[in-house]
Write a protein that binds this ligand. Sequence first.
Ligand SMILES: C[S@@+](CC[C@H](N)C(=O)[O-])C[C@H]1O[C@@H](n2cnc3c(N)ncnc32)[C@H](O)[C@@H]1O
Length: 366
Amino acid sequence: MDVEKVFHMNGGLGENSYAQNSSLQRKASDMVKHITLKSLEETYVTTTPKSMGIADLGCSCGQNTLSTIREMVEAIDEISHKILDVPPPEYHVYLNDLPTNDFNAIFKILPDFYKEMNNDRHLHDAKNVSSVYIAAYPGTFYGRLFPDKCLHFIYSSYSLHWLSRVPPGLYDKEGHSINKCSFYISKSGPPQVSKAYFNQFKEDFSLFLRSRSKELLDGGRMVLILLGRRSQSHVDRGNSFLWELLSRSFATLVSKGEIKQEKVEEYNVHFYAPSRNELEEEVKNEGSFDIEHLEMFELERNSGPCMSHGTAVARTVRAIQESMISHHFGEHILDDLFDIYGRLLDEEIDVEDIKPISFNIVLKKL
Ligand SMILES: C[S@@+](CC[C@H](N)C(=O)[O-])C[C@H]1O[C@@H](n2cnc3c(N)ncnc32)[C@H](O)[C@@H]1O
């Protein structure tokens, strides 16, 4: 399957859209927002450009995309007024995602976004309000996206745990999956499975670092937020339980005769949750960046007044995974599948308090 052509978050503003179901990602990136803004400010203060290039890689569509940009602009505005006493820079903001992303949903809200943001900026400094130019750069971040040395700051939130493809090492010569019992790395799968995933992660992440090192100016920084795992072992449920429960939901559909077991056995996800060591090792091997900060954090539960935590997580996973699942199994199973999944999540979370693990890394270009 060509991931670049199929994989996309659910677009629009409907009940199952990413826009309506991404508050978990927002909550998590807010937990480390102070690090993101501090890194951005340090980059600005040491480079003081007249024109500042900022990219958001894997921006998706919805509230998270533009609110992050707004916070970045406000942070730099404030430093230039209050600390440096210079006019703020012009902002060149590059929004990147796969070509299948619903970029039009972002374009449609841009006029209101500019108006609202600039009104607030004028209230703070009526004379010195610079322009913000937002453009879309569709394409995979596993490869070059931008011209040489045009960026000061790169941000990427909850995107880099997605690999460029399902690892080819998961299939035998006849093209059949060797990972029949799971969609991802599991206790019961053969050892070649984790090896195939790890090899794909190394190939992808080093290409990502190499590409970004060409695009960043000297002294530029990247802030990356991604899912990961607590230890070297893959048996820690913190990173794999969402897949494990999705597999179990599929097993229920097989037992109800809604899908065929063989179809489930062939499905694998293009996802990898690296450990702290694996991230450090790849950055060191690639050699273009210094690790300024690397922290692991856990996300708390998110149940609201109108839905359980399990339902909220199931909707989040649906908004992300629907394109891949419906491509392989067909759309007809989606409602039933994610109802079962939400119920399973609630049952499991009641028994064991499992929290997904994330990493926040700040890399400075050497
Ligand atoms: C879960 S969303 C995160 C969106 C947003 N950054 C946030 O924090 O809410 C992950 C995004 O990464 C994008 N993505 C995954 N692989 C990518 C790739 N190789 N190149 C560019 N974008 C990619 C997906 O299309 C998706 O929009």
